[in-house]
Design a protein around this ligand. Structure first.
Ligand code: ADP
Ligand code: MG
Length: 397
């Protein structure tokens, strides 16, 4: 049986209890980036259009299980009202209890109620059964549209689904469909680009992708550990000594499985970890005995760019260098440009990679920008996500 979606429910007069990801960046009372709020609008507007009453619930920040005005979702409710000028948007000062229940009862079809931060209650992250039941009592059907928290088994992402019919929202559907199809049924050549600081962070991703992709391009700090595994000396570069053997194992696995695993052929070496540090491009046969590799070199960028442009499916996770410093961003920008030119499906996941793509102004050139950093990483690792498992059809339903 397949997972149910919004279109499988007759919404007229029903109350949709929707888990969204409104964990937006704030400065004081103002929202500095409302991308996540706007990303939830297709689901919210669809439900309202179908005549549902819509209750939204989310976390914001890390309030440590107690009320804290700094993490109130009230400014988000005000912002949502501006985005939905023709709708009534209400706010409940607690996500459970008499106030929330009264507000839910007073809601009319076509109206929205945003509940206060779920994490004001420690029971949320504990996936407490009683708390999940209190949440569930507010609605008729549960909708999960928060892919970004799907790797957590919390009351609002997992527990609540035990008490109500549960369906996926549009955003959740899109994440699972685009990433699921790419991994299960890619149009080839399928190229994965994996970077970031450390191999150990992404061991699971590398292992899961190796047998699936035609070509694996490795950059960023993690490339250093692979180069060390091949016997290169990288001076003061970030190298994970404990992970060198695992890197060797992956190189062998790649050879056995016929996956082309490419490593940088040149690196940008800096005297120190600073934006204004003197730096030079070094080929692997002339690595310096001091300084650190902070970016892939231009020859590598061109080589990787060529591989990427020929691909029809690309998954990218992790920058090619310390892109936060403009001096060491060239490799990441070159890869972002190549991915933007791909004729096929391109998926970018990972908080820093997404930031790099946005910084380069190329976000709208990608097929899919995954909204969930941790969740997309676990998805790429092939792990089961509790928030997705909870949407599996129930026995007898
Ligand atoms: P993502 O968030 O996209 O999954 P990661 O968090 O794994 O990416 O890695 C991003 C971080 O890796 C960035 O802060 C970047 O500065 C760092 N990084 C990339 N290349 C290097 C390098 N050569 N040396 C040190 N740090 C690096
Ligand atoms: Mg990161």
């Amino acid at each position: 049986m397949r997972r149910q979606s919004l279109a499988d429910v007759d919404w007229a007069g029903k109350t949709a209890l929707v888990r969204v990801d409104f964990n937006v960046p704030m400065e004081g009372d103002s929202i500095t980036d409302d991308t996540r709020i706007r990303a939830a609008l297709p689901t919210v507007e669809y439900l309202l259009g179908q005549g549902a009453k819509v209750i939204l619930m989310s976390h914001l920040g890390r309030p440590k299980g107690e009320p804290n005005a700094k993490y109130s979702l009230r400014p988000v409710a005000d912002h949502l009202q501006k985005l939905l000028p023709d709708r009534v948007v209400r706010f409940a000062e607690d996500c459970v209890g008499a106030g929330a229940e009264a507000a839910a009862r007073a809601l009319e079809p076509g109206q929205v109620l945003l509940l206060e931060n779920l994490r004001f209650h420690p029971e949320e992250e504990r996936n407490d059964a009683g708390f999940a039941q209190q949440l569930a009592a507010l609605g008729d059907v549960y909708v999960n549209d928060a892919f970004g928290t799907a790797h957590r088994a919390h009351a609002s992402t997992a527990g609540v689904a035990a008490h109500l019919p549960a369906v996926a929202g549009f955003l959740m559907e899109k994440e699972l469909r685009v990433m699921g199809d790419a991994l299960a049924n890619p149009t080839r050549p399928f190229v994965a680009i994996i970077g970031g600081a450390k191999v150990s962070d992404k061991m699971g991703v590398l292992k899961n992708l190796l047998p699936k992709v035609d070509t694996l391009l490795i950059g960023g700090g993690m490339a250093n550990t692979f180069l060390a595994a091949q016997g290169y000396a990288l001076a003061d570069s970030l190298v994970e000594q404990d992970t060198i053997d695992l890197a060797k194992g992956l190189l062998e696995q790649a050879t056995r499985s016929g996956c082309r695993l490419l490593l940088p052929v040149d690196l940008v070496f800096a005297d120190r970890f600073a934006p204004d540090a003197p730096h030079q491009v070094c080929r692997l046969n002339q690595l310096p005995d001091h300084g650190m590799a902070l970016d892939i070199g231009p020859e590598t960028a061109a080589l990787y760019g060529g591989e990427i442009r020929r691909a029809h499916t690309v998954v990218w996770n992790g920058p090619m260098g310390v892109f936060e410093m403009p001096t060491f961003a060239a490799g990441t920008v070159a890869v972002a440009r190549a991915v933007a030119e791909v004729d096929g499906v391109t998926i970018v996941g990972g908080g820093d990679s997404v930031a790099a793509v946005e910084q380069a102004g190329l976000a709208d050139r990608m097929t899919h920008i995954s909204t969930g950093g941790g969740a997309s990483l676990e998805f790429l690792e092939g792990k089961r996500l509790p928030g997705v498992e909870a949407l599996a059809p129930k026995e007898g339903a």
